[in-house]
Write a protein that binds this ligand. Structure first.
Ligand SMILES: [Zn+2]
Length: 393
């Protein structure tokens, strides 16, 4: 499923092409996406990128503030401290992290539970900060623009919004604009870009006072997990940042030349993710529930959703799944009630409005359906909602 993004200003882009220095490596390179454009791109796709990956993790604002704090510490010692960096934690069990051009970064809660200490978190964030600071995303867009044959109407097939991102809930096709965001989120970087992101990320770690050996243990964890071929990992971080023994070895050699005795921050990290760890069993039930739902095993899926709710009644996602199962079983009133519960807990995630809108439409309550679907479109445009709204006139 590839989504096509049209660059209208292609001619001016080409005229503006200039030879500049990479802000991180200092190497000369052609640039026609300037800093201002980079920042704008990141800002305009950040919300959609978040929505396409589970939305914000709202149950633990302290955890989000902590990730932001560690991120900002690294930014202040990076090569581009003036970029408007932002860090969020997303409500997704898939272990993943991504960076948009201009410095908009996200980490899934499913990755945070796999890390052992604050220095490993710094390794993840330093790596993502480098992707943004060194223009890796912008460069890959520039490459695609150059490669595309017709300059008159350059269509850049930016990306493939993977079908079952977000634990499988977002299976509606995303519309063009949102597809671009999903594509940026799953940009696959070159081997060189990965090594560069590791190298500079480690420099930032050391400058911020973190033990660089955490960049080695992190890669070792990734390699080990990728050998297990856990599907969750395959569609998360490993899809966009392939781990390798090469990366682990390179980081090890580099760490040996760096200062010793810096902070790992294990205790602090464990304390910060304690709440999240406590909720992990509830998310496990939910993830299994989504899998059962997708297989059509509705009875089991409902049971798992209820288990998850019992373990953590504050999580909106669990009610979302319950609503989906009940809607599929045509228990409409109860499904509606479940979506109501979800929205009462998190009114900033498109999915509940999307699903409630479809259900209300199905129940013949067109006016209410339209309001929900329009609201859903504002958060993350999907083809399904678009078509339903058009049908309503
Ligand atoms: Zn990477």
């Amino acid at each position: 499923m590839s989504h096509v993004f049209r660059f209208g200003l292609i001619v001016s882009l080409v005229i503006l092409t200039s030879c500049a220095k990479n802000p991180v490596t200092g190497r000369p390179e052609f640039q026609f996406i300037g800093a201002e454009k980079e920042i704008k791109m990141g800002e305009s796709h950040y919300l959609h990128g978040q929505q396409a990956s589970g939305g914000k993790y709202t149950l633990d604002p302290e955890l989000s503030a902590y990730v932001d704090e560690v991120g900002k510490k690294l930014v202040s010692v990076s090569s581009r401290p003036s970029l408007p960096f932002e860090f969020v934690v997303l409500n997704d069990s898939v272990p993943n992290a991504w960076a948009l051009p201009g410095g908009k970064i996200a980490v899934n809660r499913g990755l945070l539970t796999k890390l052992h200490n604050e220095a490993e978190l710094a390794a993840v964030l330093g790596h993502e900060i480098t992707h943004a600071a060194a223009r890796h995303g912008a460069k890959s867009m520039e490459r695609q623009l150059i490669l595309s044959t017709s300059l008159a109407a350059t269509n850049v097939a930016l990306a493939t919004a993977s079908k079952d991102k977000n634990s499988g809930l977002t299976n509606g096709a995303l519309m063009a604009g949102a597809g671009v965001a999903a594509g940026l989120v799953s940009t696959k970087y070159s081997r060189e870009a990965e090594l560069e992101a590791d190298a500079y990320g480690m420099d930032y770690m050391v400058k911020a006072g973190y033990d660089p050996s955490a960049a080695v243990s992190l890669q070792q964890t990734f390699v080990k997990l990728s050998e297990n071929k856990s599907t969750n990992w395959a569609k998360g971080l490993f899809a966009s940042h392939p781990p390798s023994q090469e990366r682990a070895n390179t980081n090890l050699i580099r760490a040996k030349t760096m200062p010793k005795g810096l902070t790992l921050g294990q205790e602090r990290y464990q304390q910060k993710i304690a709440q999240l760890k406590q909720r992990e069993p509830a998310y496990d039930e939910y993830d299994k529930g989504v899998a059962a739902y997708k297989k059509g095993d509705l009875g089991h899926a409902l049971q798992l959703a209820n288990n998850a709710i019992q373990k953590e009644p504050k999580e909106a996602l669990f009610y979302g799944l319950k609503g989906d199962v009940l809607a599929k079983q045509n228990v409409n009133d109860q499904a509606l009630e479940a979506y109501q519960h979800a929205i009462a807990r998190d009114a900033n995630y498109f999915y509940y409005f999307h699903q409630r809108g479809i259900l209300l439409d199905h129940m013949g309550r067109k006016q209410e359906a339209k309001l929900d679907l329009q609201h859903s479109q504002q958060l993350l445009p999907t083809d399904t909602a678009d078509q339903l709204i058009k049908k309503m006139g």
